[in-house]
Design a protein around this ligand. Structure first.
Ligand SMILES: Nc1ncnc2c1ncn2[C@@H]1O[C@H](COP(=O)(O)OP(=O)(O)OP(=O)(O)O)[C@@H](O)[C@H]1O
Length: 296
């Protein structure tokens, strides 16, 4: 399987604080991956390391097998829209599309113009005078016009209205499927992500908690409901991700390593959203496992 993004023990520190730490993950070609995590988890830091805007303080990051910080030639294959969708505010959308054509070897100006016209973006107004959502659409159209092999989007839909968000995600899926582009997009909108992503990376308190294909991850987790759990091992359970208890009953979200046949437990399938929320709630694994009285 071709890997587009690979990190190994990747870390970035600001002063004494790790923004990202011991992050090892890989993203195969052709996947549309969700990057999720609470505020401050390290999502933007990971994306900035992936495009060579930051240099790692520990470990490695490779894009198409190369270090993006040391080898800037791979940037031609990467499209990146940063969180605040930065664009030159004094330029119009038309001028930005023209400029993109001069700066990039591969450039689909027709795609950008058609997209912007369909969205009703004023072509000749300085983009600094457009609304935040319209400006985000311009930045996204420019990123798509680059026809990148890897598209990195930091909260691309945050400023879009619900209709524009749906339209953007649909057209993103269309262009991605057509061109075989690998996409990594961060967002807090789990329901949107569940609709379009086939791969997920969960960051929490600077560490990667989960990374893999959506099908495998969903398949590898279950919710168990049964008598109050005192910490004893349950056959088929590799890890208790989240637990809640009443006096007599426990509800556990678990990662499995086999089938769970214990008749004491009722076993339910989980949705991607449920299990992401469980991992996000469990930011500090060791402390929480202790607090819940279950084995870490
Ligand atoms: N330039 C910086 N200087 C110092 N600390 C920083 C800097 N940039 C990020 N950090 C810190 O690094 C950590 C990770 O930040 P990052 O922006 O990567 O998180 P995030 O997951 O993208 O958050 P959000 O969802 O709020 O955008 C945070 O604790 C943040 O305060």
């Amino acid at each position: 399987m071709d890997m587009v993004l690979e990190t190994d023990q990747l870390g970035k520190r600001y002063g004494g604080n790790w923004a990202l730490r011991d992050c090892s993950l890989h993203l195969p070609a052709g996947r549309v991956a969700a990057l999720v995590g609470p505020n401050g988890a390290g999502k933007s830091t990971l994306l900035h390391l992936a495009v060579g805007l930051l240099r790692p303080d520990a470990g490695t990051v490779r894009i198409f097998g190369e270090s993006p910080y040391a080898n800037t030639s791979i940037l031609a294959d990467i499209g990146f829209v940063a969180q605040d969708t930065p664009v030159y505010r004094d330029f119009s959308a038309t001028e930005l599309v023209t400029m993109g054509g001069k700066l990039n070897e591969r450039w689909d100006a027709t795609l950008a113009r058609t997209r912007l016209a369909q969205l009703g973006i004023p072509p000749d107004k300085p983009v600094g005078r457009l609304s935040g959502g319209q400006r985000a659409q311009v930045a996204l159209a420019l990123a798509l016009a680059k026809r990148p092999r890897l598209l990195l989007l930091d909260e691309p839909v945050a400023s879009l209205d619900p209709l524009a968000r749906r339209e953007f995600l649909q057209s993103l899926m269309g262009s991605v499927a057509e061109a075989g582009t690998t996409v990594l997009l961060s967002s807090h909108l789990l329901a949107d992500l569940e609709r379009v992503c086939d791969h997920v990376i969960v960051l929490s308190t600077a560490r990667a908690r989960l990374s893999g294909s959506v099908d495998e991850i969903v398949d590898g987790h279950r919710q168990l409901v049964g008598p109050r759990h005192g910490g004893e091992p349950i056959r088929g359970v590799a890890e208790i991700v989240r637990a809640s208890h009443t006096d007599r009953q426990s509800t556990l979200l678990v990662r499995t390593n086999g089938s769970i046949n214990d008749p004491a437990w009722t076993v339910h399938e989980v949705t991607l959203e449920d299990l992401i929320l469980a991992y996000l709630a469990d930011g500090d694994t060791n402390t929480n496992h202790e607090a819940w009285g279950v084995p870490a």
